[in-house]
Design a protein around this ligand. Structure first.
Ligand code: ARG
Ligand code: ZN
Length: 876
């Protein structure tokens, strides 16, 4: 069952209203769905009503409250088809199903987590609750009645506004909810159980008071403060920046401990993986706080980009996800440091999206075909989708971008729309033709831009020649040239930026070059001395740039560019050839060396007290082993990359030891822990200094002391990670790991960290360690966070430990996938994507990886999720 974008057509019947009644029972919940439909104008009288199901059994069917004769319908677990329905008049269908939340280990539809009833319906989970036109272009208002055991379910929630509740019958109670905003089924939610609540309020821009509630397990109330604050800041920001006001009397967030993804934007009732809600200094890291802020914002922003305006079909997923990621990025950039945020985004894009785009799972931001939609909640749809919206803002300028967004909200409120509808709004406000630009939605692969420059002193002319190439990807052998907006600066000898008003060869708006042809030369005149080109500033386009600049030019950019992102990029570009050469040298058993110019530039930036500490920490975090592997581009030996990189780190550490000692003491906090970005930046720089000092001193002493002295989880887990990764054999490490476990035994989110940091310990012993941890009493194969912390982190984030030459890592993963798949196919498929770059390994490892993938493929009982991923990985 492959779905094609080209096959889209509207439903034959229009859904007018939905009225659901749930009688909750852990193993036998009764669902009555009363649906009012009418036949769409012009639809053939013979057309039946076709409803989706998934593992359902029909236990009752009424038409206008009367029994339907068996001859008039067909029910299977996957569908309910009803014939002989009225020509025009609205009619009512009442469907009864019984479902078993306790047995629902897929965590799609209605399930139980720690005694709490909870739902996840995106993308196609609603059809596991009742038969329904389960697609995003079917919108209706919902009335929900929940009936449940009173003692077990003091809290019973659904979307919209609360209508009322009371005792129902012996020992039971009911609660009723009404959501007036027409919505598709994927935004439905129900939560019931015994939860604690923390309340607050927000007054909107039109002075309406909204009740805010965060529901958590009892005992966790005090850990919701940061999430609540982030929610209020998100609501305010969306009003100020996008003019978007909240539209119900109440906004609720529920934190649950078993969840397949990060969170879900159900209308008025967001459901979160608890790791993105709960935080206090003792148990959450700075990164956790930043994630909570970003995800709370993301789900809240969906209320307009996703809920009020939704997707016509699932091919349009980037319409809500890419745009909402763009919005949450902007929010975090405004709340924190914009350049530091941008550096983090680009690191993430390069480490996750670029490999996807360059491997067998590559697909366009808007795919045209899928077998399993759950496999398309990808970094391409989310992160590259966000970059595409960012490029629209760059191309149009902020004023037209804002006008385009306003038009989008005005024109399409209440509709289920397409990427074309979205782009049209920007064309209409700007008068710009975005046809070529739209190739970003349809062409997969990361474009490569080759750059060469030429300066002529006598004519004071600078020539910039660009050539773009979009690589072939599965199903797309030939590509058209794209519209690539490249922000640039010409930096003069004295560090000033040249005024580039006289440019020929293509469109230039502000500091943006528009590369639209395959080859294009821009000629700048009136440039009195040879400039240094800084290109793709702020990462204005998600492309690879091939441009060989001298270390001196890169150091010049690193020192003078007014765009901090570009300064970081220049230092990265300076580091890359050193790291790739180190990997090659290590592989051949040669001594690893490092260009003193790199060391000098890094230490200069790291020691520059006029720069914010968070930025300097980013500078000191060299490209990762995965980054280096990508730069090498194939025939990769993760062991050599690791050895080479560590040797470079050691050279930097030795050269900068004095500086690192100074930073380690300068960055000490002078007050109690606060999660704000500035304090977090200081901690990050301090941690970087500590890491280099561990290399320089080659002793666990300092890290062990830092572990003992830490009064917050950020520093505690950093010290423990450093101990475990750098000094696995030391008694300090063994002791620290044991004491950490004892101290945080009652806190699952912290125990996840304990599993993760061990899963990512490099080297040969990693697999034995991971296998032992699978048998640890705290391991829980049914909890997605725990599985991701151990198996996921091992496969995604332990290059040497996982990519063993003997292939045991791959065979272990294959075994895990086959174990997880029958219970939770989404989780299994997601973890399996860790092998998406298997073809870039050296031949021995690549063969082992292929064999492991083929073992999975041969399994007779794979889920569609895993089958889709494994087949694409072997084919592409
Ligand atoms: N819409 C959610 C978010 O990005 C993600 C839900 C993903 N669900 C899934 N079954 N793949 O906020
Ligand atoms: Zn989202």
């Amino acid at each position: 069952q492959i779905v094609h974008l080209a096959d889209y057509r509207p439903t034959d019947f229009v859904l007018e209203r939905v009225d659901l009644t749930f009688e909750l029972d852990p193993t036998n919940t009764k669902v009555d769905a009363r649906l009012i439909f009418h036949r769409r104008e012009g639809v053939d009288l013979s057309a039946p009503l076709v409803l989706d199901g998934d593992e359902l059994a029909l236990s009752g069917l009424l038409f206008d409250q009367k029994d339907v004769p068996a001859s008039q319908y067909d029910a299977t677990p996957e569908s309910l088809i009803i014939r002989d329905l009225p020509a025009e008049a609205p009619f009512e269908i009442t469907i009864t199903t019984h479902i078993n939340p306790e047995a629902n280990t897929q965590l799609m539809g209605l399930y139980r987590t720690n005694g709490i009833y909870c739902t996840q319906c995106e993308a196609e989970g609603f059809r596991r609750i009742t038969y329904f036109p389960d697609r995003p272009d079917v919108l209706a208002p919902y009335t929900i009645t929940i009936i449940g055991d009173k003692a077990a379910n003091p809290v019973m929630l659904s979307n919209g506004n609360f209508l009322g509740g009371a005792g129902y019958d012996e020992g039971r109670a009911f609660a009723a909810w009404f959501d007036p905003h027409p919505k598709p089924s994927y935004l439905f939610a129900l939560v019931a159980g015994d939860l604690a609540v923390v309340e607050d309020t927000f007054v909107t821009m039109s002075e309406r008071e909204v009740t805010l509630k965060i529901y958590v397990e009892h005992g966790n109330e005090s850990r919701t403060a940061y999430a609540m604050d982030a929610l209020k800041r998100s609501m305010k920001w969306d009003e100020e920046r996008f003019g978007r006001e909240y539209d119900l009397d109440i906004f609720m967030i529920v934190a649950v401990s078993d969840f397949n993804m990060g969170a879900m934007e159900n209308k008025g009732l967001n459901v979160f993986n608890d790791k993105y809600v709960l935080a206090d200094p003792e148990t959450a890291t700075d990164q956790d706080y930043a994630n909570i802020e970003a995800i709370i914002a993301h789900e809240y922003f969906h209320n307009w980009t996703g809920n009020r305006i939704t997707c016509r079909d699932w091919f349009q997923l980037c319409l809500k996800e890419g745009l909402t990621v763009y919005r949450d990025h902007e929010f975090s950039a405004d709340q924190r440091s914009r350049p530091v945020k941008r550096i983090a985004e680009v690191r993430h894009l390069r480490s996750d999206q670029f490999p996807e785009d360059g491997g067998p799972l590559a697909h366009p931001v808007r795919p045209t075909t899928y077998r399993e939609i759950n496999n398309f909640y990808t970094t391409t749809v989310y992160q590259k989708g966000s970059e595409v919206t960012g490029m629209i803002a760059t191309l149009l300028g902020m004023d037209d971008f804002k006008a385009g967004m306003d038009l989008y909200f005005e024109r399409h409120d209440g509709q289920a729309v397409t990427v074309e509808d979205y782009v049209k709004c920007f064309e209409d406000v700007s008068g710009r033709d975005l046809a070529q630009f739209s190739l970003w939605y349809s062409q997969a692969g990361t474009p490569l831009v080759n750059v060469s420059t030429e300066y002529d002193q006598t004519s004071a002319t600078f020539k910039l020649s660009l050539e773009q190439m979009v690589p072939a990807t599965p199903g797309q052998p030939d590509k058209q040239p794209m519209h690539i907006p490249l922000s640039f600066a010409l930096i003069l000898d004295n560090g000033a930026i040249a005024d580039a008003t006289s440019v020929k060869g293509g469109e230039v708006t502000g500091d943006v070059l528009h590369l639209t042809d395959r080859r294009q030369t821009f000629t700048f005149t009136g440039i009195a001395s040879r400039p240094v080109l800084s290109l793709n500033r702020s990462f204005s386009a998600p492309v690879n740039i091939a441009f060989t600049q001298t270390p001196a030019d890169l150091a010049h950019i690193a020192r003078h560019d007014t765009d901090l992102f570009s300064r970081w990029q220049a230092l990265t570009d300076l580091a890359i050839p050193n790291l790739t050469k180190a990997a090659r040298d290590a592989r051949e058993g040669h001594e690893v060396t490092c260009d003193p110019a790199l060391i000098a530039a890094l230490l200069e930036a790291a020691g520059d007290d006029t720069l914010e500490p968070a930025f300097r920490a980013q500078v000191l975090a060299l490209p990762s082993e995965a980054d280096i592997g990508r730069e090498l581009g194939g025939n990769n030996d993760p062991e050599a990359i690791h050895t080479g990189r560590n040797a470079v780190l050691k050279l930097i550490a030795d050269a900068g030891e004095d500086l690192f000692k100074r930073l380690f003491s300068d960055m000490k906090a002078d007050s109690a822990y606060s999660p704000d970005a500035e304090s977090a930046g200081k901690r990050a720089l301090k941690a970087a200094a500590l890491t280099y000092l561990a290399y320089a001193e080659n002793s666990p002493q300092r890290a062990a002391e830092a572990f003992g002295a830490a009064d917050n989880m950020t520093e505690l887990s950093q010290a423990l990670t450093l101990l475990a990764h750098r000094f696995p054999e030391a008694s300090e490490t063994t002791g620290a790991l044991a004491s950490f476990l004892t101290r945080f035994d009652a806190n699952p989110l912290v125990i996840d960290k304990w599993f993760s940091l061990q899963a990512t310990m490099p080297g040969e012993d990693a697999l034995a360690r991971v296998k032992a941890l699978i048998d640890h009493p705290r391991y829980n194969a049914g909890n997605p966070n725990r599985v991701r912390a151990l198996v996921g982190m091992y496969a995604f984030s332990n290059p040497t430990g996982f990519n063993r030459r003997d292939g045991e890592g791959y065979r272990f993963l294959a075994g895990q996938i086959l174990e997880i798949d029958p219970k939770n196919p989404q989780l299994a498929a997601r973890i399996l994507t860790s092998m998406r770059s298997w073809r870039s390994l050296e031949p021995t490892r690549a063969d082992q990886a292929r064999d492991a993938l083929m073992t999975i493929e041969r399994s007779p009982s794979l889920s569609t999720d895993v089958r889709d991923i494994v087949e694409r990985m072997l084919k592409g």
